[in-house]
Ligand binder design. Sequence first.
Ligand code: ITT
Length: 191
Amino acid sequence: MHPRILVATSNLHKVREIREILGPCFKVLSLVDFGLPSPEETGDSLKENARIKAEYGWRKTGLMSIGEDTGLFVKALKWAPGVYSARFFGGDAKENRKRLLYLMEGERDRYAEFRTVLAVYDGKSVRYFEGILPGWITLKERGRGGFGYDPIFIPEGHTITLAEMESFQKNAISHRGRAFRKFLKWLVKKL
Ligand code: ITT
């Protein structure tokens, strides 16, 4: 039987991706499986928010818990929306993409990066792992896969958006995939 691990999120898109990445090693549970609400993200960095989520998950379930916080950092917008990616534009995912594209109208420097920070907490100490995916903001939406800002982001070295990729392709290169694989590497060394 696989060991159980909690990912302290209620975002089911994330959970699906994380299950694909950790699936062979863990039974991945989320806050939804425990009927728990999400904690308030009161930090002003990805690291802080990740820690808040991990400690909350452990406190509520006693399971080894991962807090995962992700943001889209856009150079031409002084690296906004960044840590505030979920609420910066004040709408749902589609509305947020529309507002970001509007702010980027006429902008030539379209560099951006997704950053994910994981905090892993087992009741004793917290460990952090980071994954970064550099790329560009598109001129318009493309693709129906993924979630959040995926339809307006083309990873460096590619010609299609994250939303035009199959999930296994996204996971193989994504900020989230990179951070979780670092975690797995650390875990294997520890065992
Ligand atoms: P939890 O806090 O419950 O984990 P959340 O949806 O609030 O879920 P984040 O704060 O980490 O997650 O995400 C911030 C925003 O970035 C949010 O609007 C997401 O839709 C978006 N986002 C996160 N990961 C993404 C990804 O892989 N691709 C595109 N957008 C993503």
